[in-house]
Design a protein around this ligand. Structure first.
Ligand SMILES: Cc1ncc(COP(=O)(O)O)c(C=O)c1O
Length: 374
């Protein structure tokens, strides 16, 4: 197994399948798999193939270029772009058969000027409280339908996005859902929507809707949920010691010498840094060698970091950064962020290794694709 770096993210596709089974058991609606931001760091093309195999009806990404990358990787599944696409790029979306989101009435009017050739598939975004993209009134939605539908546009779906589906009380979600339902009921007289969707992961696992026929799931597929304890994370992050040295009491470690050895000891160096997504705020947190917690001491560098060892370990000793001893949820709390951000931060310098039933089934190191192909 050669992927040219000791630092790698391991993605457990068997657990991914278990998570999808669990989601289907809890909520049997059609699954639109949200794989934007490189499938939250898990590798968009690999996750796309797997999730379509497991019964998703559609993939969702945030931008046209994310969608086109999937097409170039040979993914021919339906793809919805849930973010903003510039009206002047719609012909590209049509060429690659990407469904776009209608973010505003102004966008419709721009399209009316462009009059693209062929049929563009769209989902209408209805803003019920997020105040991000989407139309805010039924009149805007109606005008959009009468302007566009049937000409060069096929309105295939309508959706909204919840702002507080992770909250224990459902006050905001109820309010958003009520608004969404009212509008969908009325618009159904004008337009036959194939897909009606609102729930993200947390809503999918605990909130009941009767008007929708699909869910838009991201995080829960990757094993993190505010409401379900049966899904399990599928991503771990490992590296190996690249250097071990004895350091004397009083010596400083790393840039700006922010840590001083309080006694003689051993410092391990590992090949991961903020350019891999291992941000500087990880200083003072711990990684693990076996069951032993080892603290990051000194500044995290761009490509390397130093950890305090309890004894002298050999170079090449495996180090766990995220995994059985370091959960993404705990790590997010320690870094005062959310698991989404930690996953998305992992850059393409970090090779992804895919496992099925404990066996490596694929390795992706984008930087080495050229030489692997030769
Ligand atoms: C429009 C939209 N739908 C669905 C999702 C999926 O959310 P989650 O990962 O919480 O399921 C996102 C994620 O940010 C989103 O922006």
């Amino acid at each position: 197994m050669n992927f040219y770096r000791d630092t790698f993210a391991q993605i457990d596709l068997t657990q991914f399948e278990e998570n999808i089974k669990r989601i289907k058991n809890v909520n049997g609606k059609q699954m639109i798999a949200v794989i934007k931001a490189n499938a939250y760091g898990h590798g968009a093309s690999y996750i796309a193939r797997k999730v379509m195999e497991l019964g998703a009806v559609m993939l969702a990404v945030s931008s046209l270029d994310e969608a086109i990358t999937l097409r170039h990787d040979g993914i021919d599944a339906p793809i919805l772009c849930v973010g903003y696409t510039r009206p002047r790029d719609v012909s590209l979306a049509m060429f690659y058969d990407i469904t776009l989101t209608v973010p505003s009435l102004e966008w419709c009017n721009e399209l009316e000027k462009i009059k693209p050739e062929g049929k563009l598939k769209v989902h209408l975004a209805y803003d019920t409280g997020m105040n991000r993209i989407g139309m805010k009134t039924i009149d805007e939605l109606k005008e959009c339908i009468t302007t566009l539908h049937g000409k060069y546009v096929c309105i295939d779906g309508i959706f909204t996005h919840y702002t507080m589906s992770d909250a224990d009380d459902e006050i905001m979600t109820n309010d958003q859902y009520r608004k969404f339902k009212e509008v969908v009921v009325e618009l159904q007289n004008l337009c036959n929507f194939t897909y009606i969707h609102a729930s993200n992961s947390d809503a999918t696992m605990h909130y009941k809707e009767d008007i929708t026929n699909a869910v838009r799931i991201g995080l829960v597929m990757f094993g993190i949920s505010s409401f379900d304890t049966e899904v399990k994370p599928i991503l771990s992050l490992y590296t190996r010691l690249s250097r071990v040295k004895k350091v004397n009491k009083g010596e400083g470690i790393g840039y700006s010498q922010t840590y001083t050895m309080s006694e003689d000891g051993y410092i391990g160096t590992i090949p991961i840094g903020y350019a891999d997504g291992w941000i500087r705020k990880n200083q003072d947190r711990s990684c693990y060698i076996g069951k032993e917690a080892c603290r990051f001491v000194g500044r995290i560098c761009m490509d390397q970091a130093m950890i305090l060892l309890d004894k002298e370990y050999p170079v090449d000793t495996p180090v766990e950064l995220i995994g059985p001893h370091v959960s993404l949820v705990e790590m997010a709390k320690e870094l005062d962020t959310i698991p989404y951000e930690i996953m998305c931060l992992l850059t393409d310098r970090v090779p992804r290794v895919y496992l099925e039933n404990g066996e490596v089934v694929a390795i992706d190191n984008p930087r080495m694709r050229y030489s692997e192909a030769k």
